[in-house]
Design a protein around this ligand. Structure first.
Ligand SMILES: [Zn+2]
Length: 312
């Protein structure tokens, strides 16, 4: 091979390496159980482009036979395998299910919220079990996992969550054509019924923070930050405070109250360990509903705060 051609081949092999190295972390998105819809869409768009760029480079003189090419190729092969693996389909379904659950939540459609969240959770679980875990003696999916994958993909299709030609589009509106509701397992329909009942209860507003009361429709009060009290509990609390030397009638309904543009922050915390998170809501009903339905921890406690600063 003439000198200049060898140098040119080396240059193209370096380009091939560059393509292969860049695609490796992107392909890893497709094995991450927590991958977002955006991440999956990005990876599934980038990988085919990288593969076709690599194919073009491999047709150039000397590149395919170069001694360092097989190593670069191994990254590209792995990326292609991830792209075509069931996990990628599951991550797409998970992203579509998350978006659909958010739309259903906005529409107060409790059955769909429960079903879509369940689908998302099971997709992500299977993506996780697809990863080999030598420490656990796990080499990927068991026969049972494969069967679960088939069933789950069929189930997701029945709910209109699969469209292999499309990448998930978080901005897409919910589909409007009528889809017959499949028969839902009893546990899920019970969960949906419970959720609807909670939603109905929370229509009365925030619960009284007196633990032996918990009546819905409490108001924000003066003197005790973070407290929400019902009309019955305000005199009770005042009596208790007076017995401890505080001014009588220290606690009153807060005149600043709950302005229309107030933001409500539901602080969800782990009752027996570390961890907390906050959810912003635009109404007291929504805040109470979030407080009772979101359980990020096994022992989730909550407090509800209000900020009168206008929303952006
Ligand atoms: Zn009360």
């Amino acid at each position: 091979m003439p000198h200049t051609t060898a140098a040119e081949t080396d240059r193209q092999v370096r380009r091939l390496y560059h393509v292969a190295y860049r695609i490796r972390p992107i392909a890893d998105l497709l094995t991450n159980p927590r991958a977002t819809g955006d991440g999956v869409a990005y990876a599934t768009a980038r990988i085919p482009r990288a593969l076709s760029a690599a194919r073009r480079l491999l047709t150039l003189p000397g590149v395919a036979d170069h001694e360092e090419t097989p190593y670069a190729r191994s990254f590209l092969t792995a990326a292609e395998r991830h792209l075509n693996a069931p996990s990628t389909t599951l991550l797409r379904i998970a992203a579509a299910a998350r978006t659909a659950a958010a739309h259903a939540d906005t529409a107060d459609d409790d059955l769909r919220v429960v079903v879509f969240r369940d689908i998302e959770e099971r997709c992500r679980y299977l993506v996780n079990t697809a990863l080999p875990e030598p420490a656990l003696g796990r080499r990927g999916w068991s026969t049972r996992d494969r069967a679960a994958n088939d069933t789950l993909q069929q189930w997701a299709a029945q709910w209109g969550l699969t469209n292999p030609a499309d990448t998930p589009n978080p901005a897409a509106p919910p589909r409007t054509e009528p889809v017959p509701v499949p028969t839902v397992p009893a546990a899920l329909s019970q969960e949906a019924t419970d959720r609807a009942a909670t939603r109905a209860r929370c229509a009365a507003g925030i619960r009284c923070t007196e633990t032996d009361c918990l009546t819905y429709g409490a108001v924000k009060v003066t003197f005790l930050p973070g407290a929400w009290l019902c009309t019955n509990c305000i005199p009770v609390v005042n009596k208790r405070l007076a017995a401890n030397g505080f001014a009588p009638d220290a606690v009153q309904p807060d005149p600043a109250g709950t302005p229309d543009n107030a933001r409500y922050f539901v602080h969800l915390y782990n009752g027996i360990g570390k961890g907390s998170r906050s959810v912003e809501c635009s109404s007291p009903q929504r805040a109470q509903f979030i407080a009772e339905t979101e359980r990020p921890f096994n022992n989730t406690g909550y407090t509800i705060w209000i900020s009168a600063a206008p929303r952006n």
